[in-house]
Design a protein. Structure first.
Length: 261
């Protein structure tokens, strides 16, 4: 009797193994393992900070500057009138062309972030090329302002693990955004206002551009409305959690570590 049971168990075991091998064969033929590998690959994926987990009604506003400065003075005036400090991400191209504007931004008390030297597609660069993009621009900004940049926003919002890890090794935190004004599309004032006010949330990082046509008209409306909602606007570095944090892989939200993390 025991011998019969043993034989039945052995046959069952081999049937299970055979079934699994057949299933694996189907997966190999169908190409599904690539999807599985991709899912598991997400576990090792590095992400920048898109927003911050906070219970306070606090957000950060940022301006990217790569080309043009027609509206920069007006933006600085609006920010001064509203007693608001923000973060300007500057490219080396812009820094070289408008050194006095760089000084004005810094003198007004705004934070300056690094937006690369030449505005390249950073994910296509080698590690050494990326370092050069960051360090050359950092030095130019330092010579004009006496301050080191510690935040980096990759051009086009484009990144990969190498971009993030290389930036961090140089002392940078990589920053994206959770609310995009899309002001560069220059559709109109109402479009910019609506996009920001409909999507703003506590801990948001809002993206504007310094040379978008309708931003100087939209910004006062947005600031007034945010103030009425009780939002406090701060530079990005003031919004960030300084230590004991992690960045949620699937959202890019910076969160405080707890005993469960």
């Amino acid at each position: 009797m025991r011998l019969i049971l043993f034989r039945r168990y052995a046959l069952y075991r081999w049937a299970v193994i055979t079934g699994l091998l057949l299933a694996l064969g189907v997966l190999l033929v169908s190409g599904l393992p690539a999807n599985i590998v991709e899912v598991f690959g997400q576990l090792d994926r590095e992400v920048p900070i898109y927003s911050v987990d906070t219970g306070e009604k606090k957000i950060a506003i940022s301006f990217d500057a790569a080309w043009g400065a027609d509206y920069t003075a007006r933006l600085l005036d609006i920010l001064k009138e509203n007693n608001i400090k923000t973060t300007f991400f500057l490219t080396g191209i812009w820094v070289k062309k408008y050194p006095e504007k760089v000084k004005e931004i810094a003198a007004a008390g705004h934070e300056i972030g690094n937006h690369s030297t030449t505005h390249p597609h950073c994910a296509a660069l080698s590690q050494e090329e990326l370092k050069k993009e960051l360090l050359e621009n950092e030095e130019m900004i330092y010579k004009l302002t006496g301050k080191r940049t510690r935040l980096f926003r990759p051009p086009f919002g484009e990144y990969n693990n190498q971009v993030i890890l290389t930036s961090r090794a140089l002392g940078y935190e990589v920053i994206q955004w959770s609310v995009d004004s899309l002001d560069w599309q220059e559709v109109g004032v109402e479009s910019v206002v609506d996009r920001v006010l409909k999507n703003v949330h506590p801990g948001a990082i809002v993206l504007f551009h310094n040379n978008a046509k309708y931003t100087p008209q939209a910004l006062p409306i947005i600031l007034k409305n945010l103030g009425e909602q009780g939002y406090k606007i701060v530079p990005i570095s003031e919004l960030l959690i300084k230590k004991d944090y992690y960045i949620e892989k699937h959202t890019g939200i910076q969160k405080k570590k707890t005993g469960r993390n």
